[in-house]
Structures are given as structure tokens and as C-alpha cells.
Write a protein that binds this ligand. Structure first.
Ligand code: NDP
Ligand code: 8X3
Length: 253
């Protein structure tokens, strides 16, 4: 029987790359996101290409009752989840504390922090019931160092870092692994979302250096998820070679 990976935010970027990587390596998948049309296409592609079984679940991770309803009624055959990749997340705006919008703050905190908590709260008990499991939370270098105008996005990723550490301690006695993956600049839809559709601002983020690809991060996630039972990577901070921390880039002339 194939292992099962549940990946949130699988319609794009890192989550979509993870879906491909895990499917290519004989995992069955539960994929989530808000854009059902994309989920349908990804399901059909991966089933055709790799023969994996794919269950798609379309919901907003901010919606506590939707998360609860969906996972409390999930078919028995999908309950034996080996790996949960808490990836769904976003940044909105890059403005100073004074200029940024409270609505954007709410959305970032509700998605990046509460959404991760709501999904984990449903899935971790299933893992405990089956005596196995691995939670992989996608943090960021922005959860390690704060940068100017990063304010609440950074705060949400600092929270992911703290939650990952505390989950690891509390789940120790159940043998559930917890890993935090902290990427630096990866070229996905992240910056288009952050700059609210302004493609030229998004493109400027990745000018003058080679950013990570979402496949680079998916490779590391897959590696962490497939180590022997007694080995747990606590965290990985992964940047492009031309980036060190949040501020330092060695850009091409
Ligand atoms: P993308 O914008 O390409 O992907 C984000 C994914 O999250 C999409 O599938 C989106 O799906 C999903 N998502 C966003 N909000 C919600 C929501 N409310 N409910 C359900 N799903 C949601 O960006 P990335 O792949 O780059 O981002 C993935 C993760 O990686 C995020 O947590 C991000 O913070 C983190 N990260 C990204 C870095 C980067 O440089 N790209 C660096 C460090 C961390 P849909 O819109 O269909 O709901
Ligand atoms: C995304 C990376 O540096 O734009 O988390 O915050 S950064």
C-alpha cells in the first residue's frame, strides 16, 4: 500500500512541486487549496503520469469549521496519513507597520498561523491513532530574522517556527516527527500575491540572482520525509547560494 501525504496549498509553487515529487515516488496524495479548477487539473495529471491516487479537497484553511467538517468526515482509506505538509500561506504587502492594512495582517495571521493550527489539530490525532506520522511546517527565513516592512508576515513565520518547536516537544511521546522548512527566495506565485498582482514588482524580487525553484524546496521536504524512523530533521534553512539571511544578496553585476 502506498504511503499518504497531505499537502496544503498544492495549487501552486512549493505545494504543487511537493505533490509532483511525492507522487513520482509512489505516494498517494490529499491535495488542498481554494482553486478547485487547478486542483482538478493537478489530480488528473498526477494520476495519469504516476498512477497515484489523489484526493482533492477545496477549502480555505482560515475557515475553522470547514477544516473540521472536511477532516472529520474523510473516508477511512484516507485517514492513515503519513506526512502532513503545512504549506498553504501567503504574504500581503510590503509596507511599514504604519502603512500596512489591518485586513492584510488578519489574512496573513489567519492563513499562516491559524490555518496551520486548524489542519494540524485534525490530522495529528489521526497520526497518533495510527502510531506514526510526520508534520512538516513551511516557515521562512522571515521566521528567523525580521526585515524592514516585513512586520506581520515575519511575525506569522516566527509563529510557525515556535509552533514547530513546541509541537515537536509535545508529540515526542507519540513518535510523531516535526520538521520546519525555512526557505529563502523561491520563485513561485508568492511575490505576485504579495504585490497584489503587480507582475513587474514581483519580477524585480528575483532580478540579479538565481532564486530557488519550488522543486528545490520540494526535494528537501521529500528528503526530510523519507529518512529512517529514528531520524528527525528538526529544521532546514535553505537559501539560494546568492542569498545569506534575509538582507544579504550577492547580485550579478
Ligand atoms: P504560492 O503563492 O505559489 O502558493 C501558495 C499556496 O498556498 C497556493 O497553493 C494557495 O492556494 C495556498 N493558499 C494560500 N492561502 C490559502 C488559504 N487561505 N487556504 C488554502 N490555501 C491557501 O507561494 P509559495 O509556494 O511560495 O508558498 C508556499 C509556502 O511557502 C507559504 O507558506 C510561504 O509563506 C512559504 N515561503 C515561500 C517562500 C518564497 O520565496 N516563495 C520563501 C519562504 C517561505 P489557493 O490560492 O488555491 O488557495
Ligand atoms: C518568503 C521569503 O524573504 O520574502 O518567506 O520573506 S521573504
Amino acid at each position: 500500500m502506498n504511503k499518504i501525504a497531505l499537502i496544503t496549498g498544492a495549487t501552486s509553487g512549493i505545494g504543487k512541486s511537493c505533490a509532483e515529487k511525492f507522487a513520482a515516488n509512489k505516494y498517494d496524495l490529499i491535495l488542498t487549496g481554494r482553486r478547485n479548477d487547478r486542483l482538478e487539473i493537478i489530480k488528473s495529471d498526477l494520476e495519469k503520469k504516476y498512477g497515484s491516487k489523489v484526493l482533492i479537497l477545496c477549502f480555505d484553511v482560515q475557515d475553522k469549521s470547514a477544516v473540521k467538517n472536511i477532516f472529520s468526515t474523510i473516508a477511512e482509506e484516507w485517514q492513515n496519513i503519513d506526512v502532513l505538509v503545512n504549506n498553504a500561506g501567503l504574504s500581503l504587502g510590503r509596507d511599514s507597520f504604519l502603512d500596512s492594512s489591518i485586513e492584510d495582517w488578519d489574512t496573513m495571521l489567519q492563513t499562516n498561523v491559524n490555518g496551520l493550527l486548524y489542519v494540524s489539530k485534525e490530522i495529528v490525532p489521526l497520526m497518533i491513532k495510527h502510531n506514526k506520522g510526520h508534520v512538516i511546517n513551511i516557515g521562512s527565513v522571515a521566521g528567523k530574522e525580521v526585515y524592514e516592512n516585513g512586520n506581520i508576515y515575519c511575525a506569522s513565520k516566527f509563529a510557525v517556527d515556535a509552533i514547530s518547536k513546541s509541537m515537536r516537544i509535545d508529540l515526542l511521546k507519540y513518535g510523531i516527527k516535526v520538521t520546519a522548512i525555512h526557505p529563502g527566495a523561491a520563485e513561485t506565485e508568492f511575490s505576485v500575491v504579495r504585490y497584489k498582482g503587480d507582475q513587474s514588482k514581483a519580477d524585480a524580487v528575483y532580478k540579479g540572482f538565481q532564486p530557488l525553484s519550488p522543486d528545490d524546496i520540494a526535494d528537501s521536504i521529500f528528503y526530510a520525509a523519507n529518512l529512517p524512523k529514528h531520524v528527525c530533521i528538526n529544521e532546514m534553512v535553505i537559501t539560494p547560494t546568492q542569498q545569506a539571511g534575509v538582507y544579504y544578496f550577492h547580485k550579478n553585476e
